[in-house]
Design a protein around this ligand. Structure first.
Ligand code: PLP
Length: 404
């Protein structure tokens, strides 16, 4: 894989900040977009803008056709059995809220339990807390060890006849840990408990096959996989989606409305009330095409090389503390310099042109476990280079003695 060629597809990378070449290591927050994605957005608003599904005119028909083509592209990308199992949302957060609200309404009752992991993003904690509060259920958590490895042996003991769903992330956005989803599904399914997977941090780094994983729901965001903000996906198994009530009411999700009663549209439209972000959906297809053309295995191999190299370089710097050292992890490196506040490190890196994220990364329970206020997080994508990792290393080598 030629990284120069890949970088040339991403116009934003070719710039200086504070007179230094931009090194963009905040990919877990959002990835940059290739020109093809930007062009697709522009093309939609320049030539195709119209509301889908309802119009009798040419533009509406074209936009609808392309919108539904993207649904099929997503179906194939994650290997869902049916295209109507792909629901477009605004992002992972909305996808999980949809399931927590709708599944909760159908299946959660007083005394029930929901199991999540202790390394979840707030997006896979708070919607379940809300659902539990609404229905009188209890939230339980699967612990993880100091390396950041989930204690999967604790899972069977957390499941019982009251457990209604297990919700875990595929990859931790703070620790980088890749969780053993297929094993979790096997354990949960042996007790007829469905599994939701928050795939926000997995989808751009590995081949995701929802049928091979066996999960019942899989949620992700377009903007973390080289696509636009404003679009996400909730994959749900048909059998469960059929039993779940609509999440939001409005146009498109109905068959017939009278003041006495409303009947709902079929899947997937039952869960897509109102006007969706059509241009963003169309541009998501361009992002998928980019990933497929680059090759997901190539992306994974390149990111692993960067992560292994960065880890070994950073560990040679006095005072560096790494958080998340699971053997199976993606391209996320969370660290602190001694007890220096992560914000100070991030600010100094920024002045050297290096963009990282600092803070709790929407995973406050992880910070509580380690007894720290937050971390500095460098996260790599396919367009990052060994030279950029060297720049991070050189910057930290300069910064560390100042902060220690
Ligand atoms: N889940 C994980 C693991 C994440 O990393 C994120 C975002 O950082 C989310 C959920 C929420 O994604 P979004 O803000 O795109 O809805």
């Amino acid at each position: 894989m030629n990284t120069d060629n890949i970088r040339s597809l991403f116009p934003i990378l070719n710039q200086q900040v504070y007179g230094k070449p931009l090194v963009y290591f905040d990919n877990a927050a959002t990835t940059q977009k290739p020109q093809a994605v930007i062009d697709e957005l522009c093309r939609y608003y320049t030539t195709l803008n119209s509301n889908i599904h309802r119009g009798a005119h040419y533009l509406a028909a074209q936009a609808t056709e392309k919108y539904e083509e993207t649904r099929i592209a997503v179906q194939s990308f994650v290997n869902a059995r049916h295209s109507h199992e792909i629901i477009f949302t605004r992002g992972t957060t909305e996808s999980i809220n949809l399931v927590a609200a709708s599944f909760g309404q159908a299946f959660l009752h007083e005394g029930d339990e929901v199991v999540i992991s202790a390394m979840e993003h707030h997006s896979n904690i708070v919607p379940w807390q809300l659902a539990c509060q609404r229905h009188g259920a209890t939230l339980r958590t699967i612990p993880f060890n100091d390396q950041g490895v989930l204690d999967i042996e604790a899972l069977p003991g957390l499941l019982n006849e009251h457990t209604r769903i297990v919700a875990v992330n595929h990859v931790s956005n703070t620790l980088g840990t890749i969780n053993p989803i297929a094993d979790i599904v096997t354990i949960a399914h042996s007790r007829n408990i469905p599994v939701l997977v928050d795939g926000a941090q997995a989808i751009s780094h590995m081949k995701v096959d929802v049928q091979a994983l066996g999960c019942d729901f899989y949620c992700f965001s377009g903007h973390k996989m080289y696509g636009p903000m404003g679009v996400g996906v909730m994959y749900g198994r048909e059998e469960l989606l059929e039993k779940m009530p609509p999440y939001q009411g409005g146009g498109e999700m109905i068959k017939e409305v009278t003041f006495e009663q409303t009947t709902y549209n079929e899947l997937p439209f039952k869960f897509e009330a109102g006007t969706p972000s059509v241009g963003d959906v169309l541009a998501l297809k361009a992002a998928i095409d980019f990933m497929l053309q680059t090759g997901i295995d190539n992306i994974a191999a390149h990111e692993k090389e960067l992560t292994d190299y960065a880890t070994s370089r950073l560990l040679t710097i006095d005072g560096i503390r790494l958080f998340g050292t699971a053997p199976d992890k993606t391209s996320v490196i969370s660290f602190l310099i001694g007890n220096a506040h992560p914000y100070d490190t991030g600010t100094l890196l920024d002045k050297l042109g290096i963009a990282v994220r600092t803070g709790h990364h929407c995973t406050q329970p992880i910070m509580d476990k380690y007894g720290i206020p937050g971390t500095v997080r460098a996260s790599f994508a396919v367009y990052n280079t060994i030279e950029e990792v060297d720049a991070l290393y050189a910057a930290l080598k300069r910064i560390a003695p100042i902060l220690l």
